[in-house]
Design a protein around this ligand. Structure first.
Ligand code: FA5
Length: 337
């Protein structure tokens, strides 16, 4: 019997060593050690042995075999559990190395920087920042600015019309604003004098892109309405803000011009390093008809207004040769500013 037992024990140990999973181990445990298991069967045979000594020796051998198989099962179980744990750890591992390098941070675009710097300069001079819509009506963009239907000056603004008819309106009267000047009217309607506002924003024209023009560009409008405002205040204000924006050493000139919404009118130019003059904006004393359209009595108040190209100011500040370079989205270019 002991020989049979040894054969059965060795076979059991071989099976345990070959168990491939924790489920296999559990099945073996039941098959080998259970009450009706293969090794327990030897216990039942003990009674049939003749002598007490034989029974003792065989009983001890059965117990040893059971203990050996039990230890082997525990060991195999521990091995398989450890392997399962490391497999889980491996599969759930997070690769944190990608977070060790700081992600690159961008910065404001050169035109946005100019926009914000201009706002800062004017806030420093006591102005408020105003806004208006980019999609405007014919009335705010032209009519209220002293450009009645058919006024030849309308032709100077290559206007993009929007396929939309306002309630109660007529077709062809909704447009993308061609300048920030309609915000003058909105500000005058919304505020009582004294008015000191700037309105930076995006404007649209059917202009062909070239070194100094874009079809979508930015302007900053200025409007002052108060008692006793003169052209001298306008000239002083332009000098103050261009000095603050460009630094002290800029060569500039105000040259007589014409806008239907200002009288008298002027244009402001600045000298480029190559000696050429670049037009930065238009300005003038607010026309009485425009004050009236804004609900202000021109007998009581006077005002000045200006509209400057922000993109052109950025170009001048950074000595950029071509305005289009700012909009090609070439990182090698935009990272320089
Ligand atoms: C106007 O738009 C007037 N509303 C300015 C004004 C306001 C005059 C208040 C008087 C009182 P103008 O069309 O000249 O004017 O444009 C003003 C400035 O916008 C130009 O001097 C230029 O700096 C800029 N600008 C005009 N067209 C373009 C364009 N296509 N691309 C980039 N900048 C432009």
């Amino acid at each position: 019997m002991i020989e049979d037992l040894n054969v059965a024990r060795d076979a059991a140990l071989a099976d345990v060593a070959a168990a491939a999973s924790l489920d296999d181990v559990a099945a073996l445990d039941a098959r080998l050690l259970g009450k009706k298991g293969e090794l327990a069967a030897f216990k039942r045979q003990l009674g049939s042995l003749a002598s007490v000594d034989e029974r003792k020796a065989a009983g001890a051998a059965v117990n040893e075999a059971l203990a050996a198989v039990s230890v082997a099962l525990d060991e195999r179980r521990a091995e398989l559990a450890a392997a399962a744990r490391s497999a889980a750890v491996e599969s759930e591992r997070l690769d944190l190395t990608e977070f060790t390098a700081r992600p690159a941070r961008g910065h404001a675009h050169v035109v946005t920087q100019a926009w914000e710097r201009l706002e800062d300069v004017f806030i420093g001079l006591g102005y408020q920042v105003a806004e208006g819509p980019e999609v405007e009506t014919d009335w705010f963009n032209f009519e209220a600015l002293n450009m009645a239907d058919g006024h030849p000056a309308r032709g100077e603004f290559d206007t993009l019309f929007v396929d939309h008819v306002a309630p109660g309106g007529t077709p062809g009267h909704t447009l993308l604003r061609t300048h920030t000047s309609p915000v003058q009217i909105r500000a005058m309607q919304a505020m009582e004098p004294p008015i000191y506002i700037v309105a930076p924003g995006r404007v649209f024209r059917r202009d062909t892109p070239d070194a100094t023009h874009m079809p979508v560009f930015h302007q900053i409008e200025g409007l002052v309405v108060d008692r006793g405002i003169t052209m001298a205040h306008l000239a002083g204000t332009i000098e103050a803000f261009t000095k603050a924006f460009f630094g002290g050493n800029v060569e500039s000139r105000l040259r007589p011009s014409y806008f239907p919404f200002t009288e008298p009118s002027a244009e402001f130019d600045i000298r480029r390093p190559n000696g050429d003059w670049l037009e930065l904006g238009g300005c003038g004393m607010v026309h009485p008809a425009v004050l009236r359209a804004g609900g202000i009595d021109p007998e009581e108040y006077t005002g000045f207004a200006f509209g400057f190209g922000i993109d052109r100011m950025a170009v001048m500040r950074h000595q950029i040769a071509d305005i289009r370079d700012m909009y090609t989205n070439d990182l090698r270019f935009v990272e320089q500013f």
